[in-house]
Ligand binder design. Structure first.
Ligand SMILES: Nc1nc2c(c(=O)[nH]1)N[C@H]1C(S)=C(S)[C@@H](COP(=O)(O)O)O[C@H]1N2
Ligand SMILES: [Mo]
Length: 425
């Protein structure tokens, strides 16, 4: 595979060309034949073995190879206010299920605040017995828990509501990442303040208001009982302290819930009787249906999957074997199965899950495919542990209409034309 036309907002990708060159079936056969000849003689000393390499501490904090310099976060468009914008994870260039910290997508409503961890406090107050202020050191002295969870913006893949956008997977599905988060359980913190002193005034029981210390003061109300067994207040991601853009020094992780409820730069948690109807749950993050009514408090991200290799921008250079690789996830539990189709959805077969299907985390799938050179359409379809099956776009639009901006989780199709070019068409 070699790169085809990249969309106008993407500079041509060197690593993509190289990566897909490696995947090309014909290339593999040719290079194996050449290697067989070479192997009749002793191997030459590698040029890189002739001189000493760079010293230790060349990079006190390690960085990727300069040859991977184009594997970076990108924005789908130029935002009028760069502080209130998003950048997207390069899904086509990633492996396994963990997103490296420097590639975790960013979504900020009011820019990245500069917060001194020593000065930062978390208030836990409202309808609790003994309200308290916590320093980060206080939190580091409480029992810790590490869990791997995906994070997805509810606006992810909104580009596809009106049909194929032509964009590559980074810009259609890249408001998505998966990290190992470390922190303190919300339930432990509520014990620290003596417990909750209300039954709440809704069917969901008491609610929890979470507020960030950024210029947007991002604020959301959450149904406490629905999140208590898994929500974490975290200070670390993938083994190191949070990155500033992901909430340093403290953020809330609500596994499976839409991205915006995972409040960054967390400064307070207030137990309340009922949702507070903040800006984020009235003017934003509601889903307008075809009949004019709006769905409010739609928290869980429904099951979804996408093929990341091959995907738009890739090109199949020869006929033959290609693995189809992608990721699947569900905000309601684990991934039970992923099916793949190479004929536009006429027939489906099971993909292998090549990583453990963890609760509310990315799961990598792979399926074998022999491309015979005919135009094809490749798709993936996830089923989660509740039995829910990822819908077609037609089914999603029939149920929700075209006005709901958020929670687009339909089956995604990539077309492969006779020249091997992969497109979102
Ligand atoms: N305080 C605060 N928290 C926030 C936001 C914000 O702007 N301010 N953005 C939210 C949104 S919309 C998303 S999708 C996620 C993005 O998290 P990330 O930037 O770490 O990927 O953070 C959420 N938490
Ligand atoms: Mo978001």
């Amino acid at each position: 595979m070699t790169p085809s036309k990249t969309p106008p907002d993407l500079p041509p990708s060197r690593s993509r060309r190289r990566l897909l060159g490696r995947l090309a079936a014909g290339g593999l056969v040719a290079s194996q034949a050449a290697a067989a000849g070479e192997l009749l003689r002793p191997l030459e000393v590698a040029p890189s073995s002739r001189t000493p390499g760079a010293p230790v501490l060349d990079h006190p904090y390690g960085v990727p190879s300069p040859r991977e310099a184009d594997v970076v976060r990108r924005s789908a468009r130029a935002w009028p206010l760069p502080g209130a914008a998003s950048s997207m994870t390069p899904l086509a260039d990633l492996f396994g299920t963990i997103t490296p910290n420097g590639l975790v997508y960013e979504r900020h409503h009011g820019g990245v605040p500069d917060i001194d961890s020593d000065q930062h406090r978390l208030a836990i107050h409202g309808l609790v017995r003994t309200p308290k202020l916590f320093t980060i050191d206080d939190l580091l002295r409480l029992p810790a828990e590490s869990r791997i969870h995906f994070l997805e913006c509810s606006g992810n893949t909104g580009s596809e509501w009106n049909g194929p956008s032509g964009l590559p997977v980074q810009l259609t599905h890249g408001l998505l990442s998966c990290c190992e988060w470390t922190g303190v359980r919300l339930s432990t913190l509520l014990e620290e303040v003596g417990g909750v002193s209300t039954q709440g005034k809704t069917n969901d029981g008491p609610w929890l208001l979470a507020e960030g210390a950024d210029a947007a003061a991002m604020t959301r109300s959450l149904p406490l009982h629905r999140i208590l067994d898994r929500a974490l207040v975290v200070y670390a991601q993938n083994g190191e302290r949070l990155r500033p853009e992901n909430g340093y020094p403290l953020r809330l992780i609500v596994p499976g819930f839409e991205g915006n409820t995972n409040v960054k730069w967390l400064r307070r948690l207030k137990v309340v009787d009922a949702p507070l109807q903040t800006r984020e749950e009235t003017s934003k993050y509601t889903n307008l249906l075809a009949d004019g009514s709006a769905r409010q408090f739609v928290f869980e991200m429904d099951a979804k999957s996408v093929i990341t290799r091959p995907s738009p921008g890739h090109r199949l250079t020869t006929h033959g074997y290609y693995p189809i690789s992608g990721i699947a996830w569900s905000g309601r539990g684990t991934i039970r199965k992923v099916e793949v189709s190479t004929d536009g959805g006429a027939s489906w077969r099971l993909a292998r899950l090549d990583s453990v299907a963890r609760d509310r985390a990315l799961t990598r799938f792979e399926a074998d495919w022999r491309w015979d050179g005919a135009p094809s359409a490749i798709l993936s379809r996830a089923t989660d542990s509740t039995g829910y099956v990822q819908p077609t776009r037609a089914a999603l639009v029939a149920a929700r209409g075209l006005n709901s901006q958020y929670h687009y989780n339909a089956i995604q199709q990539w077309r492969v034309d006779a020249s091997g070019e992969v497109r979102n068409a």
